[in-house]
Design a protein around this ligand. Sequence first.
Ligand code: APR
Ligand code: PHB
Length: 406
Amino acid sequence: MRTRVTIIGAGPAGSLLAHLLQGAGIDCVLLERRSRDYVLGRIRAGVLEAGTVGVLRDADLAGRMDRPREDGGGDPHDGVGLALDHGRLRIDFADLVDRRVMLWGQTEVQRDLYDALEVDGTTFLDRVDEVDLHDLDTDRPRVTFLHDGTRQQITSDWVIGCDGSHGVSSGHVPDQRVFEHSYPFGWLGILSETPPVDDELVYASHERGFALCSMRHAMLSRYYVQCEADDRVDDWSDDRFWTELADRLPDEIAERLVTGPSIEKSITPLRSFVAEPMRHGRLLLAGDAAHVVPPTGAKGLNLAVSDVVLVAAALRAHYHEGDDDPVDAYSDVALSRVWKAVRFSWWLTTLTHRFPDRSPFDRRIQAAEFDHLASSRNARATFADNYTGLPIPLDDLHAGRPRVAA
Ligand code: APR
Ligand code: PHB
């Protein structure tokens, strides 16, 4: 097989990239290890930054999301709540930065993307195995793999590694520098067919640990509690979960909590990870293949989107304008945005979680940060600026460099 761009991995990063390239008249082949049903069944976060919403609309992927909320569409949120022990405050995005976020599950985004790929007629091979990358230093890189028991090979101009944190692409960047930070806890998440406890998300920090109230729609709630890193789902009965959640929320919220059986329950370890650079020869990395953030800022999907918007712009410049400066700038420009999201996710995690080795000093620092947010409009505006999403640095890509050298 021969194509211009081979994309490895069809999560949000790979499938959005395939759709954007299709729109730009650049043909590609998409390879995915899992089955379509498996990918569509994954439950992930559900907060879209303002810029992500714009990207989906511009790419004609927002039809279902933009339906009225009563008809199953996305839910625009003007703010979020924060709670520390018994204190509460609200970050009013609309007032502070005139932007909002959209509650629309990654599962739905993925479904719209797969539908779009079908309409586009994209060559999409799922359940591929033994994917391997070759000749990345040349301008004819190759990807080999097994599909339906047959060994196949694709030659292309570019290979884009969108294969997530357990993929193979990242390992093909020699002299890679890895920056890693792990957190000594996990998140236990449940979905339940109950009405959400509040109209907006609530991030709660409590002596017993962090808790998050989120939602998918009027009768589907998503809740999380901080748990031990080595806890197993079986350690957490529904009763234990609901009791722990209620204990960590301010009383007036806990009183409104409607409990019910969980329909999904899973544990996520928390870590920050960045692999630099995001390019080697004709291989570019995007999304979780290059970086992972803890879910506290809901940045994972949004970073995948901003990366592939930059990749698509760089490849458009390569093919349509014969300009390779954007491709050359890609890694530095993407990383300049990635690190800001890594910082925000780390900061919000540190502000809201209970650390086992935390001293009374650290606890006072958390309280002071919270107090600063409560008393300073500037502090809240900084939160809102980061949470609703920093701009996708397309101008920097075309200028050929990040604003501040990496
Ligand atoms: N060959 C082909 N596909 C692979 C391989 C491989 N060797 N290894 C992994 N994959 C596939 C995975 O099965 C997965 O579907 O790559 C895809 C990567 O998708 P994601 O993990 O969703 O990563 P990404 O598209 O970068 O999206 C990042 O989604 O994963 C969440 O929390 C993450 O929100 C973040 C966002
Ligand atoms: C979710 O709804 O699953 C969710 C929301 C916000 C986060 C993480 C997850 O920060």
